[in-house]
Design a protein around this ligand. Structure first.
Ligand SMILES: CCCCCCCCCCCCC/C=C/[C@@H](O)[C@H](COP(=O)(O)O)NC(=O)CCCCC
Ligand SMILES: Nc1ncnc2c1ncn2[C@@H]1O[C@H](COP(=O)(O)OP(=O)(O)O)[C@@H](O)[C@H]1O
Ligand SMILES: [Ca+2]
Length: 473
């Protein structure tokens, strides 16, 4: 607006956020001018004072860009859509373009994080997972918590994480913001939004394997991931190709699932309501968590109940544990539409052996508003933890030392017990936020609100239309 400033020397431009379409935000600007010099400076001072009060807004960020995620447009997206907004908002960003897988994670283990108000990742769920691991593992190391102990009380991370979506599924961004749009996410970061998020830890015996915030899936989604890796060059379409092939092969896997229900939570996976910005159920969990932490600070030990385990044995097409809805462009309501971002629970979805047609009907429901759980072969439980043991775990345990759990022999072994059941593959693998796990027998536990994102949850569409409280920056 230079010409305006020249014609009208006492002018200033205000940039603000406007909600343009469902969950999509855009940066707009308006230039004011004033003939009275004193009044002009009063306005400038008022804006300056207002902005100074916004202490939750980040000033220094550490940004990691995965140049190979999604359609390989991470760098371009950051440079064209995000960097200009950060600079307009006066944010100083140190940018690292990753050079290899796990670069960001390893860098976070030792980086000096003191000067940063947050970490931003540009990429997909895999890239987010790197940053998540870097920060959580670092936090546990700094606070002397043994993360190999499955029952350890993990220390919560205060450093917020921002996600600029530039990946293939972008589920974590979509399920926490409502859209996978880089500019919208950049604006949530600039405004300093804060959304706590549950994290699931995954262990094998007393060894830590991985953390998960979206999908921990065995069977269908594990096989889709395995099949997709060799077609990475296809970009996001690799999942469609692999999904189709996996659907045609129609494998089921035998094993036993044990879990403890999340009794204290207020919601259920079959609720008609969903988790929205400022969600009441998540706020109740926050209160309980604070009380728990206070009790611990006073020296009393928080004792988890160790009874009420339920065990389900059978042959499964898919075993999915999700601690958020997992909404994404492929499935706008997600794998479990009523799951909550920060209630301290996960939804465990068991899809038992069924016909190919039934499985297709179940899958198709993920693309509409119809209930994907309303089938006799689908069960869903809200849990605080679960354990899975594949039927052939004993053999696997013995063989793992020679050929590795994911070794060919193990994966393609023929199920001699059930020649006619169709489960000719003994074991599947676990898909943990788009990364494979090295073990099939695992235990998972939800850690309530372990991390925080630069997001605010899914805004209520009505609120967006009614009051359009644009935010100035
Ligand atoms: C006939 C129509 C069938 C349509 C079925 C659609 C069901 C889609 C559910 C998708 C759930 C996605 C859960 C998220 C997983 C991601 O964390 C993971 C990694 O993402 P990224 O790093 O961005 O690549 N993505 C996947 O595992 C892909 C699952 C795709 C399944 C088709
Ligand atoms: N520079 C890099 N070279 C190769 N792989 C990388 C690089 N940086 C990150 N990665 C890895 O790329 C994988 C996929 O990243 P992600 O951003 O999730 O893309 P996508 O959504 O397409 O899977 C992750 O496992 C991440 O660890
Ligand atoms: Ca949850």
């Amino acid at each position: 607006m230079k010409w305006q400033h020249i014609c009208k020397p006492r002018a200033f431009t205000v940039r603000y956020v406007q909600r343009v379409r469902k969950h999509r935000w855009r940066c707009k600007e308006v230039t004011f001018w004033c003939s009275d010099e004193q009044l002009f400076y009063q306005w400038l001072q008022a804006f300056h004072d207002l902005l100074e009060q916004q202490t939750h807004r980040p000033k220094n960020l550490l940004v990691y860009i995965n140049p190979y995620g999604g359609k390989k447009r991470g760098k371009q997206i950051y440079e064209n859509k995000v960097a200009p907004l950060f600079s307009a908002a006066g944010i100083c960003a140190d940018v690292i373009v990753t050079e290899y897988a796990n670069h960001a994670r390893d860098h976070l283990y030792d980086a000096n994080l003191e000067k940063y108000d947050g970490v931003v990742c540009v990429g997909g769920d895999g890239m987010f997972s790197e940053v998540l691991h870097g920060l959580i593992v670092r936090m546990q190391k700094d606070s002397d918590v043994d993360h190999n102990n499955p029952s350890a009380q993990l220390s919560r991370c205060n450093m917020r994480i921002g996600i600029i979506p530039a990946g293939s599924t972008d589920c974590i961004c979509y399920a926490t913001v409502g859209i996978n749009d880089p500019e919208t996410s950049a604006l949530h970061i600039i405004l300093g939004d804060c959304q706590p998020l549950d994290v699931c830890s995954v262990h094998y015996k007393r060894t830590f394997l991985k953390y998960s915030v979206s999908l921990l899936g065995y069977g269908f989604y594990g096989d889709v991931l395995k099949g997709s890796e060799k077609n990475r060059w296809l970009g996001p379409a690799r999942y469609d190709v692999s999904g189709f092939k996996t659907f045609l092969t129609h494998h089921c896997y035998e094993g036993s699932v044990s879990f403890q229900p999340a009794k204290w939570v207020l919601g259920s996976p079959r609720d008609q309501t969903t988790c929205t910005s400022g969600c009441y159920i998540c706020r109740q969990s926050s209160k309980q968590l604070d009380e728990q932490e206070q009790t611990q600070a006073c020296g009393s030990e928080h004792r988890e109940q160790d009874d009420d385990w339920t065990t389900i044995k059978g042959r499964f097409m898919a075993i999915n544990a999700v601690s958020m809805s997992c909404a994404c462009p492929r499935s706008p309501n997600g794998l479990s539409p009523a799951a909550h971002l920060a209630d301290g629970s996960a939804d465990l979805i068991l899809v038992r052996k069924c016909s190919r047609l039934d499985f297709l009907r179940h899958l198709i429901r993920h693309t509409s508003n119809k209930d994907q759980f309303d089938f006799p072969f689908v069960e869903v439980y809200r849990v605080k933890n679960f354990q899975f043991t594949p039927k052939h775990f004993e053999d696997e345990d013995n063989e793992s030392t020679d050929i590795g759990i994911l070794g060919k022999k193990n994966f393609s072994q023929i199920c001699t017990d059930h020649p006619s059941c169709g489960c000719n593959h003994v074991n599947s693998i676990w898909n943990c936020d788009g990364e494979t796990l090295d073990q099939t027998a695992i235990e998972m536990r939800v850690h309530c609100q372990l991390i925080k994102l630069f997001a605010r949850g899914i805004e209520n569409a009505k609120l967006e239309d009614d009051v359009n409280p644009s935010k100035v920056f």
